[in-house]
Design a protein around this ligand. Sequence first.
Ligand SMILES: [Zn+2]
Length: 390
Amino acid sequence: MALSGGGANSDDMRRHNLSTVLGILHHNRRLSRTEITHASGLARSSVKGLVAELERVGLCFESEPEANFKSGRPSPTVEPRDDVLSVGVSRDARGLTVGFATLGATIVHQRWVPLERATTSMATADAVAAIIDESRAALPADALLVGIGAAVPGFVSGSEHNEVFAASISWDGEPFAEHLSAATGLDAWVRFDAHLGVTAESIWGAGKDRPNVYYLYGGPGGIGSAAIVNGRLLSGNVGMASSLAHTIVKPGGRLCVCGSLGCFQAEVRLRDVFPQADARDASRHGVTPPPVPAEDLRREIALTCLGVRAAVLAFDPELILFDGFLSTLLEAGRADLEAATTVSAMPRLSQQVTLGVPALGSDRLLIGAADLGFRGLLADPVGLVARLRD
Ligand SMILES: [Zn+2]
Protein backbone atom coordinates (compact mmCIF):
# COMPACT_ATOMS: atom_id res chain seq x y z
CA MET A 1 0.00 0.00 0.00
CA ALA A 2 1.45 3.32 -1.04
CA LEU A 3 1.74 6.12 1.43
CA SER A 4 1.08 9.76 0.76
CA GLY A 5 1.02 13.04 2.61
CA GLY A 6 3.53 14.96 4.66
CA GLY A 7 4.74 14.87 8.24
CA ALA A 8 7.88 14.03 10.18
CA ASN A 9 8.73 11.10 7.93
CA SER A 10 7.97 12.80 4.63
CA ASP A 11 11.39 11.85 3.17
CA ASP A 12 10.67 8.21 3.93
CA MET A 13 7.23 8.53 2.39
CA ARG A 14 8.58 10.18 -0.73
CA ARG A 15 11.21 7.44 -1.09
CA HIS A 16 8.52 4.83 -0.55
CA ASN A 17 6.27 6.40 -3.20
CA LEU A 18 9.13 6.74 -5.73
CA SER A 19 9.90 3.08 -5.08
CA THR A 20 6.23 2.15 -5.61
CA VAL A 21 5.99 4.00 -8.94
CA LEU A 22 9.31 2.62 -10.24
CA GLY A 23 8.29 -0.90 -9.15
CA ILE A 24 5.03 -0.62 -11.12
CA LEU A 25 6.98 0.54 -14.17
CA HIS A 26 9.49 -2.31 -13.74
CA HIS A 27 6.73 -4.93 -13.65
CA ASN A 28 4.76 -3.49 -16.57
CA ARG A 29 7.47 -2.02 -18.87
CA ARG A 30 5.29 0.71 -20.39
CA LEU A 31 2.24 2.37 -18.90
CA SER A 32 0.20 5.53 -19.14
CA ARG A 33 0.44 7.90 -16.20
CA THR A 34 -3.24 7.20 -15.55
CA GLU A 35 -2.52 3.46 -15.29
CA ILE A 36 0.29 4.16 -12.81
CA THR A 37 -2.14 6.27 -10.78
CA HIS A 38 -4.66 3.42 -10.65
CA ALA A 39 -2.04 0.78 -9.84
CA SER A 40 -0.37 2.84 -7.09
CA GLY A 41 -3.45 4.17 -5.32
CA LEU A 42 -1.71 7.57 -5.17
CA ALA A 43 -3.24 10.89 -6.17
CA ARG A 44 -2.93 11.90 -9.83
CA SER A 45 -0.93 15.02 -8.96
CA SER A 46 1.46 13.01 -6.76
CA VAL A 47 2.13 10.54 -9.56
CA LYS A 48 2.85 13.40 -11.95
CA GLY A 49 5.48 14.77 -9.55
CA LEU A 50 6.99 11.36 -8.80
CA VAL A 51 7.32 10.47 -12.50
CA ALA A 52 8.91 13.88 -13.12
CA GLU A 53 11.49 13.20 -10.40
CA LEU A 54 12.28 9.71 -11.75
CA GLU A 55 12.67 11.26 -15.22
CA ARG A 56 14.91 14.02 -13.84
CA VAL A 57 17.40 11.48 -12.42
CA GLY A 58 17.39 9.48 -15.66
CA LEU A 59 15.34 6.41 -14.74
CA CYS A 60 12.40 6.81 -17.11
CA PHE A 61 10.96 9.05 -19.80
CA GLU A 62 7.53 10.28 -20.69
CA SER A 63 6.20 10.58 -24.21
CA GLU A 64 2.99 12.00 -25.60
CA PRO A 65 0.44 9.32 -26.40
CA GLU A 66 -0.67 8.59 -29.94
CA ALA A 67 -3.58 10.82 -30.90
CA ASN A 68 -6.87 9.06 -30.42
CA PHE A 69 -10.52 9.89 -30.63
CA LYS A 70 -11.54 8.88 -27.14
CA SER A 71 -13.04 11.57 -25.00
CA GLY A 72 -10.86 13.26 -22.41
CA ARG A 73 -7.23 14.28 -22.54
CA PRO A 74 -4.92 11.32 -23.25
CA SER A 75 -2.39 10.49 -20.54
CA PRO A 76 1.36 10.51 -21.35
CA THR A 77 3.06 7.11 -21.49
CA VAL A 78 5.98 6.32 -19.19
CA GLU A 79 8.81 3.88 -19.98
CA PRO A 80 12.07 2.90 -18.31
CA ARG A 81 15.24 4.19 -20.01
CA ASP A 82 17.50 1.70 -21.76
CA ASP A 83 20.77 2.95 -20.24
CA VAL A 84 20.03 2.04 -16.60
CA LEU A 85 20.97 -1.61 -16.33
CA SER A 86 21.17 -4.45 -13.87
CA VAL A 87 23.69 -7.25 -14.37
CA GLY A 88 22.16 -10.73 -14.29
CA VAL A 89 24.44 -13.71 -13.68
CA SER A 90 23.53 -17.35 -14.09
CA ARG A 91 26.04 -20.02 -13.03
CA ASP A 92 25.51 -23.71 -13.64
CA ALA A 93 27.67 -26.83 -13.76
CA ARG A 94 28.89 -26.08 -17.28
CA GLY A 95 29.30 -22.35 -17.52
CA LEU A 96 28.47 -18.79 -16.75
CA THR A 97 26.01 -16.42 -18.44
CA VAL A 98 26.20 -12.68 -17.81
CA GLY A 99 23.45 -10.44 -19.15
CA PHE A 100 22.46 -6.79 -18.92
CA ALA A 101 18.79 -5.88 -18.46
CA THR A 102 16.81 -2.67 -18.38
CA LEU A 103 14.09 -1.96 -15.84
CA GLY A 104 11.16 -3.95 -17.18
CA ALA A 105 13.55 -6.88 -17.67
CA THR A 106 14.55 -6.51 -21.31
CA ILE A 107 17.95 -8.13 -21.88
CA VAL A 108 20.05 -5.82 -24.06
CA HIS A 109 23.24 -7.89 -24.21
CA GLN A 110 24.43 -11.24 -22.89
CA ARG A 111 27.43 -13.54 -23.06
CA TRP A 112 28.08 -17.17 -22.10
CA VAL A 113 31.48 -18.65 -21.27
CA PRO A 114 32.28 -22.25 -20.32
CA LEU A 115 33.58 -22.81 -16.78
CA GLU A 116 35.03 -25.90 -15.16
CA ARG A 117 32.49 -27.52 -12.85
CA ALA A 118 34.57 -26.84 -9.73
CA THR A 119 35.49 -23.21 -10.52
CA THR A 120 35.54 -21.40 -7.18
CA SER A 121 33.20 -18.63 -6.17
CA MET A 122 36.04 -16.10 -6.27
CA ALA A 123 37.22 -17.16 -9.74
CA THR A 124 33.60 -17.06 -10.96
CA ALA A 125 33.24 -13.50 -9.62
CA ASP A 126 36.46 -12.51 -11.44
CA ALA A 127 35.07 -14.00 -14.66
CA VAL A 128 31.89 -11.93 -14.20
CA ALA A 129 33.96 -8.76 -13.75
CA ALA A 130 35.96 -9.54 -16.92
CA ILE A 131 32.78 -10.05 -18.96
CA ILE A 132 31.34 -6.76 -17.66
CA ASP A 133 34.51 -4.94 -18.79
CA GLU A 134 34.48 -6.61 -22.19
CA SER A 135 30.77 -5.88 -22.68
CA ARG A 136 30.98 -2.11 -22.11
CA ALA A 137 31.35 -1.44 -25.84
CA ALA A 138 28.11 -3.33 -26.57
CA LEU A 139 26.04 -1.34 -24.02
CA PRO A 140 24.39 2.06 -24.51
CA ALA A 141 26.83 4.97 -24.09
CA ASP A 142 27.23 6.03 -20.43
CA ALA A 143 25.14 3.06 -19.27
CA LEU A 144 24.67 3.09 -15.50
CA LEU A 145 25.05 -0.35 -13.86
CA VAL A 146 23.01 -0.33 -10.66
CA GLY A 147 23.61 -3.80 -9.17
CA ILE A 148 24.19 -7.51 -9.76
CA GLY A 149 21.85 -10.43 -9.16
CA ALA A 150 23.08 -13.99 -9.49
CA ALA A 151 21.28 -17.31 -9.94
CA VAL A 152 23.13 -20.32 -8.53
CA PRO A 153 22.22 -24.02 -8.69
CA GLY A 154 21.94 -24.50 -4.93
CA PHE A 155 20.71 -23.14 -1.63
CA VAL A 156 21.64 -19.74 -0.33
CA SER A 157 21.44 -19.33 3.41
CA GLY A 158 22.72 -17.10 6.18
CA SER A 159 21.07 -13.96 7.51
CA GLU A 160 22.52 -11.94 4.60
CA HIS A 161 21.85 -14.69 2.01
CA ASN A 162 25.59 -14.97 1.55
CA GLU A 163 26.39 -18.68 1.89
CA VAL A 164 25.93 -20.75 -1.24
CA PHE A 165 25.66 -24.53 -0.92
CA ALA A 166 25.68 -26.08 -4.39
CA ALA A 167 26.93 -29.65 -4.65
CA SER A 168 26.88 -29.66 -8.47
CA ILE A 169 29.61 -26.98 -8.54
CA SER A 170 31.31 -28.00 -5.27
CA TRP A 171 30.43 -24.80 -3.38
CA ASP A 172 30.09 -25.36 0.34
CA GLY A 173 29.08 -22.11 2.02
CA GLU A 174 30.75 -19.83 -0.55
CA PRO A 175 30.15 -16.06 0.01
CA PHE A 176 29.46 -15.44 -3.68
CA ALA A 177 27.64 -12.11 -3.22
CA GLU A 178 30.62 -10.76 -1.29
CA HIS A 179 33.02 -11.97 -4.00
CA LEU A 180 30.88 -10.38 -6.73
CA SER A 181 30.82 -7.04 -4.90
CA ALA A 182 34.57 -7.11 -4.35
CA ALA A 183 35.30 -7.98 -8.00
CA THR A 184 32.90 -5.47 -9.59
CA GLY A 185 32.32 -2.69 -7.05
CA LEU A 186 28.56 -3.19 -7.38
CA ASP A 187 26.00 -4.23 -4.79
CA ALA A 188 25.29 -7.93 -5.32
CA TRP A 189 22.60 -10.42 -4.32
CA VAL A 190 22.55 -14.19 -4.86
CA ARG A 191 19.64 -16.64 -4.81
CA PHE A 192 18.74 -20.23 -5.69
CA ASP A 193 18.15 -20.31 -9.47
CA ALA A 194 14.71 -21.95 -9.28
CA HIS A 195 13.49 -19.13 -6.99
CA LEU A 196 14.59 -16.56 -9.58
CA GLY A 197 13.12 -18.55 -12.48
CA VAL A 198 9.68 -18.79 -10.92
CA THR A 199 9.77 -15.13 -9.83
CA ALA A 200 10.57 -14.00 -13.40
CA GLU A 201 7.81 -16.18 -14.83
CA SER A 202 5.30 -14.94 -12.27
CA ILE A 203 6.00 -11.27 -13.06
CA TRP A 204 6.52 -11.31 -16.85
CA GLY A 205 5.87 -14.85 -18.07
CA ALA A 206 3.51 -17.82 -17.95
CA GLY A 207 2.65 -17.30 -14.27
CA LYS A 208 1.53 -13.66 -14.61
CA ASP A 209 -1.69 -13.14 -12.63
CA ARG A 210 -1.51 -16.75 -11.35
CA PRO A 211 -0.92 -16.61 -7.56
CA ASN A 212 -0.24 -20.36 -7.15
CA VAL A 213 2.58 -21.66 -9.33
CA TYR A 214 4.90 -24.62 -8.88
CA TYR A 215 8.10 -24.60 -10.94
CA LEU A 216 10.28 -27.61 -11.80
CA TYR A 217 13.60 -27.05 -13.55
CA GLY A 218 15.87 -29.82 -14.79
CA GLY A 219 19.45 -28.88 -15.71
CA PRO A 220 22.94 -30.32 -15.79
CA GLY A 221 23.29 -29.93 -12.01
CA GLY A 222 20.03 -31.66 -11.14
CA ILE A 223 16.46 -30.61 -10.42
CA GLY A 224 15.49 -27.28 -8.92
CA SER A 225 12.00 -26.44 -7.80
CA ALA A 226 10.16 -23.53 -6.26
CA ALA A 227 6.64 -22.63 -5.22
CA ILE A 228 4.66 -19.41 -5.24
CA VAL A 229 1.67 -19.85 -2.93
CA ASN A 230 -0.98 -17.13 -2.62
CA GLY A 231 1.39 -14.80 -4.47
CA ARG A 232 4.37 -15.35 -2.17
CA LEU A 233 7.59 -17.22 -2.96
CA LEU A 234 8.15 -19.88 -0.31
CA SER A 235 11.61 -19.77 1.21
CA GLY A 236 11.77 -21.39 4.65
CA ASN A 237 14.41 -21.65 7.32
CA VAL A 238 17.41 -22.24 5.02
CA GLY A 239 15.73 -21.59 1.67
CA MET A 240 14.79 -25.22 1.03
CA ALA A 241 11.01 -24.87 1.26
CA SER A 242 9.26 -26.38 -1.77
CA SER A 243 12.30 -28.33 -2.95
CA LEU A 244 11.51 -31.81 -4.28
CA ALA A 245 14.96 -32.62 -5.75
CA HIS A 246 15.79 -34.92 -2.83
CA THR A 247 12.36 -36.46 -2.39
CA ILE A 248 12.88 -40.21 -2.68
CA VAL A 249 11.00 -41.51 -5.72
CA LYS A 250 12.74 -44.93 -5.88
CA PRO A 251 13.73 -46.39 -2.50
CA GLY A 252 17.11 -48.09 -2.73
CA GLY A 253 17.77 -46.47 -6.14
CA ARG A 254 20.75 -44.52 -7.44
CA LEU A 255 23.16 -42.79 -5.07
CA CYS A 256 22.48 -39.03 -4.97
CA VAL A 257 25.04 -36.25 -4.34
CA CYS A 258 23.25 -35.76 -1.00
CA GLY A 259 24.17 -39.30 0.09
CA SER A 260 20.65 -40.76 -0.11
CA LEU A 261 19.47 -43.44 -2.51
CA GLY A 262 16.75 -42.84 -5.10
CA CYS A 263 16.25 -39.06 -4.91
CA PHE A 264 14.15 -37.46 -7.68
CA GLN A 265 17.20 -35.71 -9.15
CA ALA A 266 19.35 -38.86 -9.05
CA GLU A 267 16.67 -40.90 -10.84
CA VAL A 268 15.61 -38.35 -13.49
CA ARG A 269 18.68 -36.80 -15.07
CA LEU A 270 19.58 -34.71 -18.07
CA ARG A 271 21.72 -37.50 -19.51
CA ASP A 272 18.81 -39.95 -19.35
CA VAL A 273 16.77 -37.63 -21.59
CA PHE A 274 19.53 -36.19 -23.79
CA PRO A 275 22.31 -38.82 -23.82
CA GLN A 276 24.30 -37.03 -26.52
CA ALA A 277 23.44 -33.46 -25.57
CA ASP A 278 25.68 -30.59 -24.95
CA ALA A 279 24.35 -29.88 -21.49
CA ARG A 280 24.03 -26.16 -22.01
CA ASP A 281 21.92 -26.49 -25.15
CA ALA A 282 19.73 -29.13 -23.55
CA SER A 283 19.09 -27.16 -20.40
CA ARG A 284 18.58 -23.80 -22.07
CA HIS A 285 16.69 -24.80 -25.20
CA GLY A 286 15.71 -28.45 -24.85
CA VAL A 287 15.96 -28.93 -28.59
CA THR A 288 19.35 -30.05 -29.91
CA PRO A 289 20.27 -32.81 -30.33
CA PRO A 290 16.98 -34.72 -30.11
CA PRO A 291 16.11 -36.49 -26.87
CA VAL A 292 15.75 -40.26 -26.71
CA PRO A 293 12.43 -41.41 -28.28
CA ALA A 294 9.33 -40.76 -26.17
CA GLU A 295 8.66 -44.51 -25.71
CA ASP A 296 12.09 -44.83 -24.04
CA LEU A 297 11.24 -42.12 -21.49
CA ARG A 298 8.47 -44.12 -19.75
CA ARG A 299 10.62 -44.68 -16.66
CA GLU A 300 11.54 -40.98 -16.32
CA ILE A 301 7.94 -39.90 -16.91
CA ALA A 302 6.60 -42.36 -14.31
CA LEU A 303 9.11 -41.12 -11.71
CA THR A 304 8.32 -37.49 -12.55
CA CYS A 305 4.63 -38.28 -11.96
CA LEU A 306 5.57 -39.04 -8.34
CA GLY A 307 7.21 -35.63 -8.07
CA VAL A 308 4.16 -33.93 -9.57
CA ARG A 309 1.82 -35.74 -7.18
CA ALA A 310 3.96 -34.66 -4.22
CA ALA A 311 3.92 -31.04 -5.46
CA VAL A 312 0.14 -31.02 -5.88
CA LEU A 313 -0.43 -32.44 -2.40
CA ALA A 314 2.03 -30.11 -0.70
CA PHE A 315 1.49 -26.80 -2.55
CA ASP A 316 -1.94 -26.94 -4.24
CA PRO A 317 -0.77 -25.12 -7.41
CA GLU A 318 -3.00 -23.97 -10.26
CA LEU A 319 -0.07 -24.10 -12.69
CA ILE A 320 3.02 -26.31 -12.81
CA LEU A 321 5.81 -25.11 -15.10
CA PHE A 322 8.23 -27.68 -16.55
CA ASP A 323 11.56 -26.13 -17.43
CA GLY A 324 14.88 -27.33 -18.87
CA PHE A 325 14.92 -31.02 -19.85
CA LEU A 326 11.75 -31.61 -17.80
CA SER A 327 9.82 -29.74 -20.54
CA THR A 328 10.82 -32.60 -22.85
CA LEU A 329 9.22 -35.08 -20.41
CA LEU A 330 6.05 -32.97 -20.40
CA GLU A 331 5.92 -33.12 -24.20
CA ALA A 332 6.50 -36.88 -24.23
CA GLY A 333 4.22 -37.77 -21.33
CA ARG A 334 1.61 -35.05 -20.91
CA ALA A 335 -1.34 -37.43 -20.42
CA ASP A 336 0.40 -39.37 -17.63
CA LEU A 337 1.63 -36.21 -15.92
CA GLU A 338 -1.84 -34.63 -16.08
CA ALA A 339 -3.33 -37.80 -14.59
CA ALA A 340 -0.81 -37.53 -11.74
CA THR A 341 -2.25 -34.14 -10.73
CA THR A 342 -5.59 -35.75 -9.78
CA VAL A 343 -4.92 -36.80 -6.24
CA SER A 344 -8.45 -37.22 -4.98
CA ALA A 345 -10.78 -40.07 -5.84
CA MET A 346 -13.68 -37.63 -5.50
CA PRO A 347 -14.19 -35.80 -8.81
CA ARG A 348 -15.51 -32.63 -7.16
CA LEU A 349 -12.37 -32.38 -5.06
CA SER A 350 -9.90 -33.34 -7.77
CA GLN A 351 -7.25 -30.79 -8.53
CA GLN A 352 -7.56 -28.33 -11.38
CA VAL A 353 -3.94 -27.98 -12.37
CA THR A 354 -2.58 -26.72 -15.70
CA LEU A 355 0.77 -28.07 -16.87
CA GLY A 356 2.85 -25.70 -18.99
CA VAL A 357 6.28 -24.42 -19.89
CA PRO A 358 7.92 -21.05 -19.19
CA ALA A 359 7.07 -18.17 -21.50
CA LEU A 360 10.37 -16.31 -21.14
CA GLY A 361 12.37 -18.96 -22.98
CA SER A 362 16.06 -19.43 -22.39
CA ASP A 363 16.41 -16.02 -20.69
CA ARG A 364 14.21 -16.69 -17.65
CA LEU A 365 17.01 -17.32 -15.12
CA LEU A 366 18.93 -14.31 -16.40
CA ILE A 367 15.79 -12.14 -16.20
CA GLY A 368 15.12 -13.33 -12.63
CA ALA A 369 18.75 -12.64 -11.70
CA ALA A 370 18.69 -9.16 -13.26
CA ASP A 371 15.44 -8.44 -11.41
CA LEU A 372 17.27 -9.28 -8.17
CA GLY A 373 20.08 -6.88 -9.15
CA PHE A 374 17.54 -4.03 -9.27
CA ARG A 375 16.73 -4.54 -5.58
CA GLY A 376 18.83 -1.58 -4.35
CA LEU A 377 17.51 0.76 -7.04
CA LEU A 378 13.90 -0.16 -6.42
CA ALA A 379 14.30 0.40 -2.66
CA ASP A 380 15.70 3.92 -3.05
CA PRO A 381 15.61 5.06 -6.69
CA VAL A 382 16.80 8.65 -6.38
CA GLY A 383 19.24 7.98 -3.52
CA LEU A 384 21.02 5.14 -5.30
CA VAL A 385 21.38 7.05 -8.58
CA ALA A 386 22.84 10.02 -6.68
CA ARG A 387 25.39 7.74 -4.96
CA LEU A 388 26.37 5.98 -8.20
CA ARG A 389 26.69 9.20 -10.23
CA ASP A 390 28.77 10.84 -7.50
ZN1 LIG B 1 19.47 -36.38 -2.84
